[in-house]
Design a protein around this ligand. Sequence first.
Ligand code: HEM
Length: 154
Amino acid sequence: MISIAIPLHLLAAVIWVGGMFFAYLILRPVVGSSLKPEQSLPLWTAIFERFFKWVWLSLITLLVTGGWMIPALGGMGGINGVGIHVHIMLLLGIFMMLIFMHVFFNPYKKLKNSVLYQDWITAGESLAKIRKLVLLNLIIGLVVIVIASSGRYW
Ligand code: HEM
């Protein structure tokens, strides 16, 4: 059972955190230096439209596979329960999910609407908010991967 849950869990983490890494460190500087706002803002909207579908899928997969593994590994509490690394993962993971949902329902929604009405000022402000929150989630995601993958050897 764990042999199915772990690879699904890791694939979801790789897709989500790897996607943020690529968007922030590779795509963002290239798009920023080569396109005007009226070109880059619709482009980012289209990029997020596709990427966020994968993030929703990853988020659900992480929760389902993570929640599935905890009872199999002895539950959250007691002497035989999962290690502290799983508690940290769960806490930071939920934090990442709340940040993503905030991005999805607030600045991203605003970005989409302002691009539709060609309001480049508001769109630019929304993109700036998304950029900060994606950086935050990227950092948390990398930290979670380090903690989660090393925790069982602590
Ligand atoms: C929020 C709900 C989550 C739950 C309930 C959860 C639960 C778990 C559990 C029970 C394990 C197995 C731990 C072990 O055997 O020592 C695990 C492993 C792991 N999780 Fe999570 N997790 C969650 C979110 C995340 C997130 C958001 C990430 C990455 C961004 C992540 C990355 C990992 C990694 C890298 C492993 C290590 C796999 C290994 O070394 O075999 N998890 N998780």
